[in-house]
Design a protein around this ligand. Structure first.
Ligand code: SF4
Length: 1014
């Protein structure tokens, strides 16, 4: 008998097979001989998921006697096919490397040391701190006398490291406490993605999925470094390339992604809209757009209010005092039935198409080149190659990440790409779409579960002051369409919100009490509770305590000096972590006397991924279950355990003592113990009464079959409507599905419909109704995602089961939009319905060629003595700094810096400098240099390299340097946060900070200092 290694593993994995090989009637001798050389002989095999990027690589954990002995990539995971990048390959040492916190640790106020404590002591004291702070600072009414029922004195900086189930209970906990100062990694990595993609197509997620990248004919990677930061995604890029696809990388830095692309085009950081606006101009001028698609499926034919206009860089309605727009003219002209008027000839001067053409007519090649620094021939090369996909039989996909999101125009960067894709007919089709390269493995799920101040789970807006009743709230956020061909899916919002309230408050939520709507905290309109704002509140001593779970804001928040000082003001801090971080140990950071820092710190040791059950959602929206291979080491616990146990103590205190607004706490539907499987069921939703769906009867307590069964009358409860259908009576927990079977068509596209489960309703390619013509025939019959056979759809789960658009009862394809079309004109964003080039807040130029409006008129900022900004083209700081991650480290680096083999591969902070700049500054490769901005300085090793290119901007040379942001002072003890240089300015729509460009200067260090920390 011949044994491959994988075959052997499958046969011997005790956790999977459960039978001895002898029982299977196999001759064990060859296997035994093979196993003798393997440390996994006799081991249990469990499936887990890498806790880093959103490729979500599954890995196999082998354990013996309750200890992990080996980890390796899972060959059955269709995305990775067994591969892992260096971070995934380090899973064994991540779990058992001896560098983890394994005991609850307490730091008393003004103490200079940690003390070990037991969990009971920690939980009791944390609960007391929460209650005392909440009771003292609870706000029942705002300054206007409106009921808001919120607690601003407690913050939370949360995490996409939590599973979907942990996120669900976490959000529940935070809102029950009345919290609004709450955010998580998505704010600082991909918050720009959701409003950009949702404005354009209807949903805020990656449109296609990892494997589908192989189906593209052209791949534009811009604002991201797929090979570095989402390594396994790149195998699908290379598969496409091997089949003839052209791969383009547009990025300030030449890197591993560029090296494998057909060509790399360097552009100056912060000029992406100019580059893409030029592409829109090129498409329209050269008739490169897919006319049938544009006319039928986008809002190009719709007529805009004739009062709408654009002048000198501003759209109509701008108020310079409030720095906001009155959007009264950003509306569509309606007919007598309240349906938008369309001109399918696209000739009306008020049509979106003509306004678009006019807007981007200014984006000529010479101007684009002049401001981006990209030579004209290189611009044309990209435009020609990419726009060749604007036909029926070609597909182009765009891959981006933080290079687009982390700007004051982050949302509009992505919007511009979405408009390019709509013009080329690249949305909904195989090999098309916009593939947002999401960050940590569950940043998609944790965003769906809304660990964010501004939304409730399932993308429902947080209630605002003045929305006193559920009806007022729902009226304000439930869209109405009068067009019978528009599905207008968000008309179902009431069902989703009421079901959420029922999940939160159980029997206490009744129709008579508005399902406890008044217990949900209300935010003040116009107020922002995201990172840069709540860190400013903390700095100004308005926040007293809070939670940081699996996150390192002292490393990752911009203007980190200020963030660290702000945290000194806290009275108490709860940190759930795997390692000591710059945040947990802020009180003993270099240059600070611990005896002067008041903060009481509770450091809770957290389980690693292989030690817990739960689900994560990969970037392609696949909901996947992972299993606890072993119990958490030492005294570690899952974050779900911590949350549930802490809240039970808080609930107990309120039940016993009363306190400020105790109702949402004492009445919350809350488990005694955390159970991921039970929460997964609640995420799907269940009936609270006996019910009938179609011909099928369900008893109270049974799972709803889909979100279409959710009701607005209190007869269903559901933590998150998007998960509806993921855990049903018939199918069980579908996140656990491991069936790789596919029919020929599915296999051709790489859909894997039976592996895991994708939201919504297991649809693998969003907006796939746009992959067919209005009669339902695929634009490209060679690559049909769905097709209408005259009676029903075949192929992928259709994006809405109605007949195709041209049929009598058919619907438009973009079902989440009120009017049913892809939005070239996007009136929902605060800074304009069309993207416009604005310079970064710190810019090396005093003007640009498109208008007199230098920077975004609406960007967000905070003011304090520590928020210093450099004026445009200030000679003191003439160099552009861009920041990024490296393959070997993840985000702020707390986990990967503590993993010896990864630290060995990338041991210290560096700054990439072009040869030209190095010569100008007298710097040689390997010198220690000081990089300085208006906010601080950091020390780094100079990497003098051709990877950086000086740019020719407006006739003069502008230099750019690049630094990783993954190094801190705790480990390895050299280098510190690059974010000490970056400013607290944010995108107009989301507040995502502008990490990707600010102004600095660089000089050789006088001597090799210990660390430049001022
Ligand atoms: S970091 Fe990403 S690509 Fe690397 S193993 Fe983990 S999930 Fe896969």
């Amino acid at each position: 008998m011949d044994f491959s290694r994988r075959g052997f593993l499958k046969l011997t994995s005790a956790g999977v097979v459960g039978l001895s090989l002898g029982q299977l009637g196999l001759d064990l001798k060859p296997a035994t001989a093979y196993a003798a050389g393997l440390k996994i002989e006799g081991a249990k095999e469990s499936i887990s998921i890498c806790p880093f990027c959103s490729c979500g690589c599954n890995f196999l954990v082998h354990s013996k006697g309750g200890k992990i002995v080996s980890t390796e990539g899972d060959p059955d995971y269709p995305v990775s096919e067994g591969s892992l990048c260096c971070k995934g390959a380090a899973m064994l040492s991540m779990h058992v490397g001896g560098h983890r916190i394994t005991k609850p640790m307490y730091r008393a106020p003004y103490s200079d040391k940690w003390e070990e404590k037991d969990w009971d002591w920690m939980y009791d004291r944390i609960a007391r701190k929460i209650k005392d702070t909440r009771d003292k600072y609870f706000i029942e009414k705002n300054d206007k006398g409106q009921v808001v029922n919120r607690c601003e004195a407690i913050f939370q900086a949360g995490t996409s490291q939590m599973d979907n189930e942990e996120c669900a209970v976490h959000h529940h906990m935070l809102r029950a406490l009345g919290m609004v100062n709450m955010d998580h990694q998505a704010r600082i990595c991909h918050s720009a993605t959701v409003p950009a993609l949702a404005e354009s197509f209807g949903r805020g997620a990656m449109t296609n999925h990892w494997i589908d990248i192989k189906n593209a004919n052209a791949i534009l990677i811009m604002g991201g470094k797929a090979a570095e930061n989402h390594p396994i995604s790149f195998k699908w890029v290379l598969k496409a390339k091997a089949k003839g696809a052209v791969v383009m990388h547009v990025d300030p830095v030449f890197n591993r992604t560029s090296a494998r692309a057909d060509f790399h085009v360097p552009l100056r950081s912060g000029t992406d809209i100019a580059f893409l606006g030029g592409m829109i101009h090129y498409i329209l001028e050269n008739d490169k757009y897919f006319k049938e698609y544009v006319v039928n499926y986008t809002n190009a034919p719709m007529l805009v209010n004739s009062g709408f206009g654009f002048q000198d860089g501003l759209f109509t309605g701008y108020d310079p005092k409030s720095r906001t727009y009155d959007k009264a003219t950003w509306t569509f002209q309606m007919d007598e039935n309240g349906i938008p008027i369309r001109d399918e000839s696209l000739q009306d001067p008020n049509s979106v198409f003509q306004l678009l053409k006019k807007h981007y007519s200014r984006y000529t090649l010479d101007k684009v080149s002049d401001i981006t620094g990209v030579p004209q021939d290189k611009i044309i090369k990209v435009y020609e190659a990419y726009t060749a996909t604007g036909t029926k039989n070609k597909a182009g996909t765009i891959m981006y990440a933080l290079g687009w999101t982390q700007h004051t125009v982050g949302v509009q960067n992505i919007r511009t790409s979405a408009m390019v894709q709509l013009l080329l007919g690249n949305i909904g089709i195989a090999g098309g779409g916009i593939n947002a390269l999401r960050g940590e493995p569950n940043v998609q799920g944790s965003t769906d579960q809304a660990i964010l101040w501004h939304i409730l789970p399932g993308y429902n807006p947080v209630p605002k002051a003045g929305q006193d009743t559920l009806e007022q709230y729902l009226d304000a956020c439930t869209p109405v369409s009068h067009d019978p061909k528009s599905a207008n899916w968000w008309q179902h919002r009431p069902e989703y919100v009421v079901s959420l309230l029922k999940a939160w408050y159980g029997d206490a939520a009744t129709k008579d009490n508005d399902f406890c709507y008044s217990w949900v905290p209300k935010c003040d309109p116009g107020e922002d509770y995201s990172y840069i704002y709540f860190y400013d509140r903390m700095y100004k001593e308005k926040i007293k305590g809070g939670f940081v779970f699996a996150h390192n804001p002292c490393q990752s928040v911009p203007n980190t000096h200020k963030a660290r000082r702000a945290m000194d003001n806290l009275e108490w801090l709860v940190v759930g972590e795997i390692h000591h971080t710059e945040t947990s140990d802020n009180w003993q950071r270099p240059g600070v006397d611990p005896k002067k820092v008041q903060t009481e710190v509770f450091l809770l040791p957290s389980a690693q991924r292989g030690e817990k059950d739960g689900s994560i959602t990969n970037s392609g929206r696949w909901l996947m279950w992972h299993y606890a291979a072993v119990p958490p080491i030492g005294d570690c616990k899952t974050m779900g355990d911590m949350i549930v146990d802490i809240m039970n103590r808080v609930k107990g205190l309120y039940a016993k003592e009363g306190g400020a607004f105790p109702e949402p706490l004492v009445n919350m539907a809350w488990p005694e113990k955390y159970d991921a499987e039970a929460v997964a069921k609640q995420n799907n939703g269940f009936f609270t009464k006996d019910a009938k769906v179609g011909s099928k009867s369900y008893s109270k307590g049974q799972q709803v079959p889909s979100f279409t069964a959710l009701a607005g009358d209190g007869s269903t409860a559901c933590y998150n409507w998007l998960f509806g259908g993921s855990y049903t009576e018939e199918g069980g927990n579908k996140a656990k599905r491991r069936d790789l079977s596919q029919n020929d068509l599915e296999a051709k596209l790489g859909l894997f419909p039976n592996f895991s489960w994708a939201w919504p309703v297991n649809r693998r390619i969003l907006y796939n109704r746009a992959s067919v013509d209005p009669q339902g025939k695929p634009w490209n019959p060679e690559m049909p995602v769905i097709s209408w056979n005259g009676e029903k759809w075949v192929g992928d789960v259709p994006d809405g089961g109605w007949a195709p658009m041209a049929h009598k009862d058919g619907k438009y394809p973009f079902i989440m939009h009120t009017h049913g079309f892809g939005q070239l004109f996007g009136p929902g964003r605060v800074d304009g319905p069309f993207p416009e080039h604005y310079e970064p807040v710190e810019t090396p130029v005093k003007s640009h060629p498109f208008s007199k409006q230098l920077s975004s008129p609406c960007y967000k900022f905070v003011e304090s003595d520590m928020d210093v900004l450099t004026a445009p083209a200030d000679p003191k700081f003439p160099i552009v700094l861009t920041t990024y991650a490296v393959t070997e480290h993840w985000c702020g680096g707390a986990e990967t810096r503590n993993t010896p083999n990864l630290l060995e591969a990338e041991p210290q902070s560096f700054v990439e400098i072009s040869h030209e700049l190095a010569e100008e500054k007298g710097i040689t490769n390997g010198d220690v240099v000081i990089v300085e901005s208006a906010r601080g300085k950091v020390e780094a090793v100079a990497m003098v390299t051709v990877r950086m290119t000086p740019f020719k901007i407006q006739g003069r040379t502008v230099h750019e340097v690049g630094m990783p942001y993954s190094f801190g002072w705790t480990t390895p003890g050299c280098g510190d946060a690059t974010n000490r240089l970056t400013p607290s300015v944010g995108d107009s729509n989301t507040g995502i900070p502008e990490y990707k460009c600010c102004l600095v200067n660089v000089r050789k260090a006088d001597k090799v200092t210990e660390l430049a920390r001022k």
